[in-house]
Ligand binder design. Sequence first.
Ligand code: FCB
Length: 443
Amino acid sequence: MSTAAMPEFPAGFRWGVSTSAYQIEGGADTDGRGTSIWDTFAHTPGRIADGSTGDVACDHYHRHAEDVALLAGLGVSSYRFSIAWPRVRPTGDGPVDPRGLDFYDRLVDDLLAHDIDPVATLFHWDLPQSLEDAGGWLNRDTAHRFAEYADATAARLGDRVKLWITLNEPFIHMSLGHATGEHAPGRTLLFDAFPVAHHQLLGHGLAVAALRTHTTSPIAIANNYSPVRPAGDSDADRAAVAAYEALHNRLFTDPLFGRGYPDELGFDTSAVRAGDLDVIAAPIDVLGVNYYNPTGVRAAQEGSPLPFELVPLEGYPRTAFDWPVAPDGLHELLGWLHRTYADDLPPIQITESGCAYDDTPDADGRVHDPERIAYLDGHLRAIHAAMADGVDVTGYFVWSLLDNWEWAEGFTKRFGLVHVDFDTQFRTPKSSYAWLRDLIARP
Ligand code: FCB
């Protein structure tokens, strides 16, 4: 970790942390909440590493006041949470349940009372199961149901949420959920998953229009990005890099900025109807960037169904998830977005950045996580360097406030600034929490 003082961030820079509904809330049957695809998936034997579910998770649904106090103690100016679609509209297309919205209404008011801007994500992967039963994101109607849910939610919260995020990481939801099947709903369609990309983006565009009727707050999408590093320098490796880059970094970004879908991938785009690309290109005010690590790629083996092969990147420290720690990748990525989308690119907020380590309390009950401090330090310096190059970055959200339920990894990956004992729900701020608090509080 650098010993030089952390450079200053401009006044008004947003400091935040991110969470998502299914990963922290619990309260799975409370107040009329419907079933989501993640309830179904987690309850299917063999899907989750430790056999756990998000039924209780961090019990945030009942402990939100304690969690808002932790946010206030950290001194963040923004808190990014997600709204559970199956709480607001339990069947996805039936009546709105006001009890679900009541919960977020209280949370938003509590945040504002602590001078914390509520940042709400509308879809962080917990699709109502009844919509999945009708085809999920393979079905174009789901985009319209999403816009209706966005409309109902913004009618209630639009006067107080300070930044709206339509979708979280549609690429990961398409690829792990529908192409390779490690995430809910567990489909294994490989490149036939393209309609899931298109219908999510269509839902995003329709939701932007719905949100604008209720709010003047800025609107964003949170995309996952990964700079791609070739394993070799053959023409075949370079072609594989271009294909993977188009899939991971451009598929969900080119259409936002009026450039249509990248054509390198040879997708069957018959799901795209006249006018859809205009809906998707509705102006947004902020681009949310979720960054964890770069990806190593080489040419595919003969007969592979994919035009690339993913390979581990050597020479980096690694997190407990075995992800390489590469702050230089964030600097590179921000430069790439700035150059590639130029004048079309709105200001960027880093809507997720973080790392998992096997943090355990010491004999005195304290949790020391120097690797996480080094991780955050390195990534903040990378952002600062990109800003010095001219990239407009206006905020940074750490993933995550709490250790939580990490999808297919269950409770085995701890990403929090705050340790959670999942047997007792006892919360212990880690040393990274104190480090970030002191950084935010700098005069
Ligand atoms: C991101 C997800 C988030 C969390 C982190 C570790 O891809 O958006 O929910 O799982 O990874």
